[in-house]
Ligand binder design. Sequence first.
Ligand SMILES: Cc1ncc(COP(=O)(O)O)c(C=O)c1O
Length: 402
Amino acid sequence: MSELGTADVIALTGKYQMGNYTRHPVAFVRGEGARLFDAEGREYLDFLGGIAVTPLGHTHPEVTRAVTVQARNLLHVSNLFHVPVQSEAARLLSKSVFGGKVFFCNSGTEANEAAIKLARKWAADQGKTGVHEFVVLEGSFHGRTYGGLSATGQPRFHKGFEPMLPGFVMVPFGDIAALDDALTEKTCAFLVEPIQGESGVRMHPPGYLKEAERLCRQKGILLVVDEIQTGLGRTGAMLASERFGLLPDVVTLAKGLANGLPLGAVVARDEVAAAFGPGSHGSTFGGNPVCCAAAKVVLETLRSPGFLEEVVRNGDILRNGLSELAAGRTDVRKVRGLGLMLAMEMEVETKEIANRCLQNGLVVNATSGNVLRFLPPLIVNTGEIRHALELLDSSLPAEGRK
Ligand SMILES: Cc1ncc(COP(=O)(O)O)c(C=O)c1O
């Protein structure tokens, strides 16, 4: 483990790394379950989970074992060859969702890039000329590479990086008539997050997603669901799509898939997946054996009896706790979310509140100006939830109490 103290790490970061992240003045060196420890030996409850990345918590013994065994055997092999652990992870992933075929990459934005290419290629393969547009929503977040960024409906992420790629049509959030108008003979896919994560755990109006699905089917347009944040157990189902009764043509995944190792995936139903023939797309590192070994443990654990039910149960406990807290305050607008993807929208800016939480030993995220977001590991227990609620209570501004 590094011998550096926090101040040394901060100085090193500033000197040798680009300044693209706004970092808290904390350096974590160890994790265990839902707990993190910093370079000064302080303990924290992790209710951010690497931004929805560590479903099984930190240093899960079976993940560590699987990764270690794989690292001893083979760290990397080219996708010019078959990779046994990758095939096994793909089988498990396909069985865990709606079937279909898998393409592995390394991150969320890469998964969306692949899905964008796949949808255009699918349209082209059917001889549909000029069918290349994506309809996307205001407030969405789909990643930082040019495809994902162009699909992202938040101008603040575009600023200074214009022009965005052509072919992305933005429609207002929650407006089904606007969506209907935007889905034209030029559209190849509607790309949507089941719950908008980065813009503050925003839920679509009831029935919106089902109606969007119906419109896509009616018009022969692909429904591409970005489950990078909502997927893999986060909302209490393997895909949030299930919770809304959706059957996507394509889903994109990343974040929790390998419990913190870089692995992204696109899963598409067979007929769409066929558009990626030999040479059409690829990735040197995509489906890396070590990451796939971790993904196998994640998927097996999520599929084990009772696991997702426990996520729902703990999600309810956290949600009820947040609602109780909100009832005693004047500065909370709304508690919302699903499973263990929850948020508290406040009347006030939340950046300072998140900073105070951190000082008090609770890691949470401030997003969208006035939202506090909670994305704990899915293995979080009731005691940890209660403790987090106490830490949150003591970190909220005194003047907001009733
Ligand atoms: C819904 C969604 N899509 C895409 C991404 C981009 O993922 P990555 O940071 O792994 O590229 C994120 C990341 O927050 C996300 O929440």
